[in-house]
Design a protein around this ligand. Structure first.
Ligand SMILES: C[S@@+](CC[C@H](N)C(=O)[O-])C[C@H]1O[C@@H](n2cnc3c(N)ncnc32)[C@H](O)[C@@H]1O
Length: 263
């Protein structure tokens, strides 16, 4: 279902009902081990699921209309196997996209897609935490970050921000979508980890060992505006209420939608 700018329920009411969740005991896991194994865990995820988990994200240009401008040079980090970039390239014939992911399996699946055209898309393996991103400085109009920052350890957020800042042209935009605080996935299928780093509290991990951070709007603003890199253009919760008819329960999904401009 399409959910851009959707507000099915008031996030503050959900927050009031869930506040205690952040005070719950944390799992006794070795965080540094999860960070070290992040690349392997995501590569196993992509090898196992073989491009069959994420559906094409056909809604992105409705959510971010600037993606439809002519002659854009785009950089997507954590592109997976192209769920975001293939619909965008099809919709914007003059777009050129650099896309990277640290999973070799994801990049191989993307390059083997019949829609992949090396003349319009440069796909490469890159760990945006430990490596430089292979694009010229100040060459990018739009950086796309779709469910990727949540997979990165919070103590590396600022490092990643510095790299995308460097890649963007002055006035360039970051289009951002990710998990929001108190999303169903946080409450149900992930385990909380003690994360004292930089005051980021809602770091979780899934049973496959991948990390998942659940962002508040305030945190997102703090991450992007730190060191005077970006100004906030949009920053909001999208809330979607799905009904499970079998169990007669609501499933409340929360995403953060953001647009940030390089100063
Ligand atoms: C939840 S998936 C989202 C994939 C894609 N953006 C989409 O919308 O379907 C997160 C992706 O980020 C990638 N990733 C996580 N940490 C990364 C890092 N440090 N450098 C590059 N890619 C990373 C993972 O391999 C995975 O493909």
């Amino acid at each position: 279902m399409t959910s851009f700018h959707c507000h099915d329920f008031d996030w503050n009411e959900l927050a009031a009902a869930c506040e205690g969740q952040l005070a719950t005991p944390v799992e006794n896991v070795d965080t540094s081990n999860l960070c070290t194994l992040a690349q392997d865990n995501w590569d196993v995820f992509h090898a196992k699921n073989n491009g069959k988990v994420y559906k094409p994200r056909n809604y992105l240009y409705k959510e971010f209309p600037e993606l439809l401008k002519d002659n854009l040079t785009l950089l997507e980090i954590g592109c997976g196997y192209g769920s975001a970039i293939f619909p965008l390239l099809a919709q914007s014939p003059s777009m050129f996209a650099h896309v990277c992911d640290f999973s070799q399996h994801a990049i191989t699946i993307l390059q083997e897609n019949s829609e992949y055209d090396g003349k319009r898309c440069h796909a490469f393996v890159c760990d945006v935490v430990s490596q430089e991103i292979d694009v010229p400085d100040a060459s990018i109009d739009i950086v796309l970050m779709i469910f990727v920052l949540s997979a990165i350890p919070p103590h590396e957020f600022d490092n990643v921000m510095a790299k995308i800042y460097k890649a963007l042209k002055p006035g360039g935009i970051v289009c951002f979508r990710d998990y929001g605080l108190y999303d169903l996935a946080m409450l149900r299928s992930s385990k909380r980890i003690e994360s004292t780093s930089h005051g980021f509290n809602s770091l979780y991990y899934r049973s496959d060992g991948t990390l998942a951070y659940f962002f508040s709007k305030g945190e997102l603003e703090r991450i992007f505006t730190a060191n005077n890199r970006f100004q906030v253009v949009e920053n909001e919760y999208n809330t979607v209420r799905l009904r499970n008819r079998k169990t007669q329960t609501n499933m409340d999904r929360v995403w953060v939608h953001g647009k940030f401009q390089k100063i």
